[in-house]
Design a protein around this ligand. Structure first.
Ligand code: EPZ
Length: 421
């Protein structure tokens, strides 16, 4: 099994290109099931999760061809020959549930395995099912599978979410594009990945208004066409690499970075005495001298501070001057990186959804264990500024959401390598 070995090596300088967004691509790909015409995605990230979604779509009868070393995904589902999303694929990746809405809308029938447990929280899919019912579908849970049917096709309706869900909003939005009549999605998620999905669906001929706000209105159409769509920049990969010079010192330009995707995050970096500025090609992050300042962080749905940057932010605050309080409001079990950072000498107290981090002068390298995608990269960031060597185990988590981490970080001066048993 691969491990990543990191040695602290002082300030970082140079440029890091930011890829297309995993969490946008994972909802854009199932949109191909809504149309008989080809859908081509450009600027696609090369990640194991994208390979899993490809496998799932192919198992349903869609054609997915990866070109230009994976940056272009040419997809077509002129016929959906299999309406069952199998457990063996779905258990690998929760985002598989995003085929439910498109299949139901197109074929009036879908069978999708329930995703099962997840390290960071219970993560039920009840809101996805409620949304389909609001569009007139009958849902039945049997033998670990969701059996959904809408023999006469879906009908427009009001989908009102009791809490903000990115995935359930994406499923409802895709399903509503082919539902008869008008759908209003209330308390919708406002994430940039949803805006990107709406732009792509409109390119396919959908009628959508209000994406990026908490109320989205969709006029159903009889059929959708094809399109070519560039995947939006990955704001979580962007935020992750913005923290590398923040933690180690130095100055790094993030090529393709956009301030509007990371507003709340940049406010916290500014409060921590990290400078962020816009350049012609992206964003520049610099930390010249002096220690980082402690800041308090609470995770929230967009445009609030993203939960997917909480672990990485904790790594920064481990060597801040003073005590920071992090509140995780989205997932109930997303502090598993804390005991691993403690192994590196961090001072962290976790009580339920709150972590108190008292900054230390410097962390020390240690062998640590990755427990989920964002936790794994937070350990790498911590290792970049630690004394000695850090060995991060179970990096298969990392490959789900980050392409070429070692190359990108060593290009700006980091000592990092991947070793295989
Ligand atoms: C998306 O997950 C992202 N994944 C997650 O990124 C991200 O952490 C999350 O949104 C929040 O921003 C993808 O886009 C593939 P939610 P999703 O539905 O859609 C509860 C990463 O690291 N909920 O917004 O699954 C749920 O338990 C991943 O890239 C229900 O109760 O998240 C959670 O507490 C991790 N019932 C909250 O809502 C439901 O039916 C928000 O979850 C659905 C969700």
């Amino acid at each position: 099994m691969d491990r990543i070995v990191v040695r602290g090596n002082g300030p970082l300088n140079g440029q890091i290109p930011i890829a297309g967004a995993k969490n946008a691509c994972l909802t854009l790909m199932p949109a191909t099931l809504l149309s008989e015409e080809p859908l081509t995605l450009t600027n696609a990230p090369r990640l194991s999760d994208i390979a899993t979604m490809t496998q799932l779509l192919q198992s349903l009868g869609a054609e997915v061809t990866s070109m230009q070393r994976g940056k272009v995904l040419a997809m077509s589902s002129h016929s959906v020959s299999n309406l069952t999303a199998d457990y063996d694929i779905v258990r690998k990746m929760r985002a598989s549930i995003l085929v439910l809405g498109p299949m139901l809308a197109r074929e009036g029938h879908a069978v999708v395995s329930l995703p099962g447990g997840c390290a960071i929280g219970a993560r039920p899919v009840d809101l996805h099912l409620r949304a389909m019912e609001a569009l007139g579908a009958e849902m039945d849970l049997r033998d670990g599978y969701v059996h959904a049917k809408a023999p006469g096709g879906l009908k427009g309706g009001v989908v009102e979410f009791p809490l903000v869900s990115v995935g359930a909003t994406e499923n409802a939005l895709m399903a509503a594009t082919l539902a008869k009549g008008t759908t209003v999605i209330k308390n919708a998620a406002r994430e940039p990945e949803i805006v990107d999905l709406a732009i792509c669906l409109r390119r396919m001929g959908a009628q959508i208004e209000g994406e990026g706000t908490s109320t989205i209105t969709v006029q159903g159409v009889d059929r959708l066409g094809g399109a070519t769509h560039p995947v939006v920049v990955d704001r979580i990969e962007l935020g992750t690499y913005m923290l590398a010079p923040a933690i180690c010192g130095g100055e790094v330009e993030l090529l393709g970075g956009r301030m509007d995707l990371v507003g709340a995050f940049c406010e916290k970096l500014d409060a921590a005495a990290i400078s962020v500025s816009e350049t012609d090609s992206g964003l520049k992050v610099a930390r010249k001298n002096g220690r980082v300042h402690a800041v308090d962080v609470t995770t929230e749905p967009f445009p609030g501070f993203p939960t997917d940057l909480q672990a990485q932010m904790m790594a920064l605050l481990c060597t801040a001057e003073g005590t920071s309080v992090l509140e995780e409001k989205i997932f109930e079990n997303r502090f598993m990186h804390a005991p691993e950072l403690q192994r590196m000498g961090a001072r962290i107290e976790v009580h339920g959804g709150t972590a108190k981090v008292t900054g230390v002068e410097r962390l020390r390298g240690a062998p640590v264990m990755a427990t989920d995608l964002r936790a794994s990269v937070s350990l790498i960031l911590a290792g970049l500024a630690a004394e000695g060597e850090t060995v991060v185990n179970r990096v298969y988590h990392l490959d789900r959401g980050y392409e070429k981490v070692e190359q990108k970080l060593s290009a700006v001066g980091a000592h990092i390598e991947r070793v295989s048993d």
